[in-house]
Design a protein around this ligand. Structure first.
Ligand SMILES: [Zn+2]
Length: 258
């Protein structure tokens, strides 16, 4: 069984979610974590996660939505965390690929959300696109209890900096492309204990999907097999190891589903 540690299921319509969940169950997907991205989708994420017992959620505001949020939304987030059972604070972080001009606001809201994670003793799910060193700087200042650096695509050295801070690194469809030499090398050579898997659905489609096919949690089984082959491991053993790693990164998830 495979855990999809990062899936934006709320980006799909209700009717499609039902189909997606059926296919996920048929493809050995044991759990799916849905990170929220903005104040607007908090209640929808909670609502969808409440519809199926293999669904779990993280609560937070994604850096690319940061222009839409203000300090009052941080209070709303904190209350929402207090009144529900998120497995992490996320998706939070910094994105300097999409925007650089609002970096100060991105940093302020990352810091504020790391403080919320500390207040509730929760791990964080991090977005670090073109911004790994900046995010690492904040993690050294605000000591959260680890979590996941999602869609990791940094250097070997940066990977070990996350690992030293108690983080796991998320890999998904991006590593399945024939020319993805760098990500494949990381996924093959980093300690297996530091790896978790994700689809980031509907983003980050794996290599084998056609243009008109949507990336969804069922692809995680094939992504897991790909990693097992890359590392020369038995897929069943690999799936068990990845589940253990994910429960270490998100202890509440482990508690709620084991
Ligand atoms: Zn995401």
């Amino acid at each position: 069984m495979w855990i999809d540690s990062h899936c934006h299921l709320d980006f799909f319509s209700e009717a499609i979610i039902k189909k997606i969940m059926r296919s996920a169950r048929n493809s050995q997907i044991s759990n799916i974590v849905i990170p929220s991205v903005s104040p607007e989708n908090l209640s929808r994420v909670l609502d969808i996660a409440g519809q199926d017992d293999i669904l779990f959620y993280a609560l937070g505001f994604h850096p690319i939505y940061i222009d839409e949020i203000n300090n009052n939304d941080l209070t709303i987030l904190s209350d929402c965390v207090k009144n529900n059972s998120p497995v992490a604070i996320g998706e939070i972080g910094i994105d300097l690929f999409t925007r650089k001009d609002n970096i100060f606001k991105q940093q302020d809201f990352l810091a504020a959300q790391l403080k919320i994670a500390i207040d509730y003793d929760l791990p964080v799910i991090l977005h670090t696109r073109n911004a790994i060193d900046v995010v690492l700087k904040y993690l050294r200042k605000y000591k959260v209890r680890g979590g996941i650096a999602h869609a990791f695509n940094g250097s070997n050295q940066q990977a070990y900096q996350f690992i030293d801070l108690g983080f796991k690194l998320g890999f998904g469809g991006a590593m399945t492309f024939p020319r993805a030499n760098h990500i494949q090398k990381l996924a093959k050579e980093l300690p297996i204990e530091s790896i978790v898997l994700e689809t980031d659905s509907p983003d980050m489609p794996p290599f084998w999907l056609e243009r008109d096919e949507q990336n969804q949690p069922k692809e995680l089984e094939k992504i897991g097999m790909f990693l097992a082959e890359l590392r020369g491991l038995d897929p069943h053993k690999m799936a068990r190891m990845i589940s253990k790693n994910t429960f270490e990164a998100l202890p509440m998830l482990g508690k709620l589903c084991t």
